[in-house]
Each structure stands twice: as structure tokens, then as C-alpha cells.
Ligand binder design. Structure first.
Ligand code: ADP
Ligand code: MG
Length: 217
């Protein structure tokens, strides 16, 4: 992966989040405080405006910069959590690949994503089954790792990861939340998808579609 791909992914995520404003906002209004969409949109705008600053950086430096920017600019519980995801990925690449200007194998990318998700879990003191973004991120990450280990193509991996994200999102519908604001609702949260899980599913689709398109060129 090149830094230019990371910048393209930021733009793809911004466009996808804006296209799903109504879904994301209404979910956080139903079982949160209604700010999740605006938190993400603001962060996307800031990151999308950093193209020239990010472009000369190595991929791991760009991920680190994105993480620290999220920490300082994105509000809500999700700001710190998304920051941990990016900082975790940056750390993985730093530990494993500091000299590289490009990051190569699918397995390496899957391992970096898994490390980022692990960092988010540690920061949120949370796990799957608690009606959070992790119900999408963890199965997406596990699927990514398995598919990469089986030597599948980028196109196949992207399709499987998107499916895993869709299933994880749907799984949140009937859960009671034990983390985040929805936890105070008890059984009243049942029947609603988790807003963070929805935004992650949207972001995963956007990045997978971008990568699958690039792989076909
Ligand atoms: P806030 O809850 O502070 O208003 P947001 O609305 O931006 O923050 O984000 C809410 C989302 O954050 C939830 O839908 C959930 O997916 C996620 N979330 C909240 N707490 C945790 C946690 N401890 N671990 C993982 N995800 C969490
Ligand atoms: Mg909120």
C-alpha cells in the first residue's frame, strides 16, 4: 500500500459517510446522543484537507498522523477509538516494516488491521457482542486474515470482508449494549443497529470498493 492509496481511502470514506448521513445519524439519535455522524464527518473533512501534508510521508507515518489528528480533532467516544485503530496500524508497520516506502502483502495488511482492531479493543475495554463497532471490525479483520492466508485475490478478499461487515452489522440489531451510551437503555436498544457498527460497515465498504477497483486496473 502506498501513501497515495491511504489518501484516496480517506476521500472514499468521506464520500461514503456523507452518502449515509441519514442512516448513521438516525441510529445514534435512536440509541445514542445523535452526534456520531457529525463527529465522523468533521474528522473526514479535516483528514481530507491534509492531502499535501500526508503525501510525502511513508504509509506508517501517514497512519500515525491520521491517528494523532483524530485524537486531537474528533469528539465522542468514537474519536479516541478510531484514533487507536490508526495508531495501532501505524505501530504494527513501524515494528515490522520501518524501512519500507510501500507495504506489500495482503497478509501484512491483514495483520496490521488486526493489530489496530486489537488496540481499539484495549482502549475501549470492549469485545464482540457488546453492540459496538467491534461487532463489525472484529469479523471483518478475522475474515481479512483468513482470506489473505488462503492466498485469495484482493477482489475476493474485499468481497468476503464486506460480507463479514454486513453480517456483523446485522448482528448488532438484537443485542443489548454493554458499552457506550446505549448501555443505559438496556432492552430498549434491541431492534436498533449500533451507529458505530454502521459507520464502520460503510467505511469498510468504501475502502474495499476502492481497493478492488485498483486491483482490477
Ligand atoms: P459518543 O457515544 O461519545 O456520543 P459517538 O456517537 O461518536 O460517541 O460513537 C458512538 C459509537 O462508539 C457507538 O455506536 C459504538 O459503536 C462505539 N463505542 C462506544 N463505546 C465503545 C467501546 N467501549 N468500545 C467500542 N466501541 C464503542
Ligand atoms: Mg454519540
Amino acid at each position: 500500500m502506498k501513501t497515495s492509496t491511504i489518501i484516496s481511502a480517506v476521500h472514499a470514506i468521506e464520500a461514503a459517510i456523507i452518502a449515509h448521513e441519514v442512516d448513521i445519524e438516525s441510529l445514534d439519535r435512536a440509541i445514542g446522543d445523535g452526534d456520531h455522524y457529525i463527529n465522523i464527518k468533521r474528522a473526514c473533512e479535516v483528514l481530507a484537507g491534509m492531502g499535501t501534508e500526508l503525501a510525502p510521508l511513508k504509509p506508517q507515518e501517514a497512519l500515525q498522523k491520521i491517528g494523532t489528528t483524530l485524537l486531537s480533532t474528533m469528539g465522542g467516544a468514537s474519536g479516541v477509538l478510531f484514533a487507536s485503530l490508526f495508531l495501532g496500524m501505524a505501530k504494527f508497520f513501524k515494528l515490522n516494516n520501518d524501512k519500507a516506502n510501500e507495504l506489500n502483502s495482503n497478509l501484512e495488511h491483514a495483520a496490521a488491521f488486526a493489530y489496530g482492531v486489537q488496540s481499539l479493543m484495549m482502549r475501549g475495554k470492549s469485545n464482540v457482542g457488546e453492540k459496538t463497532m467491534l461487532d463489525v471490525l472484529v469479523p471483518a479483520s478475522t475474515t481479512f486474515t483468513h482470506a489473505a492466508a488462503q492466498g485469495k485475490t484482493v477482489t475476493e478478499i474485499c468481497r468476503e470482508v464486506k460480507n463479514a461487515a454486513d453480517k456483523g452489522l446485522e448482528y448488532t440489531r438484537d443485542l443489548v449494549a454493554s458499552k457506550g451510551r446505549a448501555a443505559s437503555l438496556g432492552e430498549r436498544a434491541i431492534g436498533h443497529l449500533d451507529p458505530g457498527a454502521k459507520s464502520c460497515q460503510v467505511m469498510i465498504h468504501a475502502v474495499c470498493d476502492l481497493l478492488a477497483l485498483k486491483a482490477q486496473k
